[in-house]
Design a protein around this ligand. Structure first.
Ligand code: CP
Length: 308
């Protein structure tokens, strides 16, 4: 059996191939909405969107991307399916592979994604796990480059929790050659797997325990909610307070620095209204770019010959 063309993590590809997918995303963005989607490269193909956690952007952007490429979509929430009642990811993969051409999973546990991918005979896409969020990073890199030019050699400052999005930023830094400063409170951890990958690649990833050190001269400040889906209730948030993205922190970054956030934002917590609503904020472009980046991911999985 030929291995299906999954999209599970940024660490699984050659940097040049990630660059190729990013360039494809750009071509697809410039092409705009197709006049005749029914004649698109994914006509007759069906994508399953399977969610163990809530979503707005991932669900809608994948659905729009697939339909604009000519394909069809089925959405299933785990709570409405047997996956939510204990059917294993492996058995789910075997069954769904008989019905659809690709599966996107948003999983509570990364191990579920790996099991699904191991047993599926169709491509599996990581739509966020507790460890990583690679589709988000494809859109984030597109957005950075849209506003600040090639990311290679630039400096990005992550502020806040060491969550799944932060881990994907670490992998992206290692693959695409930019400096990443992780501004996180002492005692807050980030994926050892992602850090180990960065170390092996000799990436410029630095842990900073003050926000000021992380943002000094940075080209981009990026953050996410301090409470991720699946976090324990009652998580101590006081330690994150100095890492809130404020106008004062933005002023310490490089001239023309941008602000990014994968959304949803908890306004007033990890970022002030003043920053997220400022001209430096590119969060709406970032959300839109999910569609364009994911078109490239879908073509990688289902029709690589059609990648522009
Ligand atoms: N950024 C992101 O993945 O958004 P959703 O949780 O709304 O899909």
């Amino acid at each position: 059996m030929t291995q299906a063309r999954h999209f599970l993590g940024l660490d699984e590809f050659e940097p040049a191939y990630l660059r190729r997918l990013l360039e494809a995303g750009w071509v697809l963005k410039r092409a705009g909405r197709p006049a005749r989607p029914a004649e698109g490269p994914l006509a007759g193909r069906t994508l399953m969107l399977l969610f163990e956690k809530p979503s707005t952007r991932t669900r809608v952007s994948f659905e729009v991307a697939m339909r604009q490429l000519g394909g069809d979509v089925i959405v299933l929430n785990a709570s409405d399916s047997q996956l939510g009642r204990g059917e294993t990811p492996a058995d789910t993969a075997r069954v769904l592979s008989r019905y659809v051409d690709a599966i996107m999973l948003r999983a509570t546990r990364h191990a579920s994604l790996e099991a699904l991918a191991q047993h599926a005979t169709v491509p599996v896409i990581n739509g966020l796990t507790d460890e990583t969020h690679p589709c988000q990073l494809m859109a984030d890199i597109m957005t950075f480059e849209e506003h600040r030019g090639p990311i290679s050699g630039k400096t990005v400052a992550w502020l806040g929790d060491g969550n799944n999005v932060a881990a994907s930023w670490v992998q992206a830094a290692a693959q695409l050659g930019f400096r990443l400063r992780l501004g996180m409170p002492e005692g807050v951890t980030i994926s050892e797997r992602a850090l180990g990958f960065a170390r092996r690649k000799g990436a410029a990833v630095e842990l900073c325990h003050t926000a000021e050190k992380a943002v000094a001269g940075a080209d981009c400040l990026v953050t996410d909610t301090w409470v991720s889906m699946g976090d324990e209730p009652g998580k101590n948030l006081a330690c994150f307070e100095p890492f809130r993205v404020t106008a004062g922190l933005m002023a310490q970054a490089a001239p023309g620095a941008i602000f990014m956030h994968c959304l949803p934002a908890k306004r007033g917590q990890e970022v002030t209204d003043e920053v997220i609503d400022s001209p430096a904020s590119v969060v709406w472009d970032e959300a839109e770019n999910r569609v364009h980046a994911q078109k490239a991911v879908l073509l990688h999985c289902l029709a690589p010959a059609a990648l522009p």
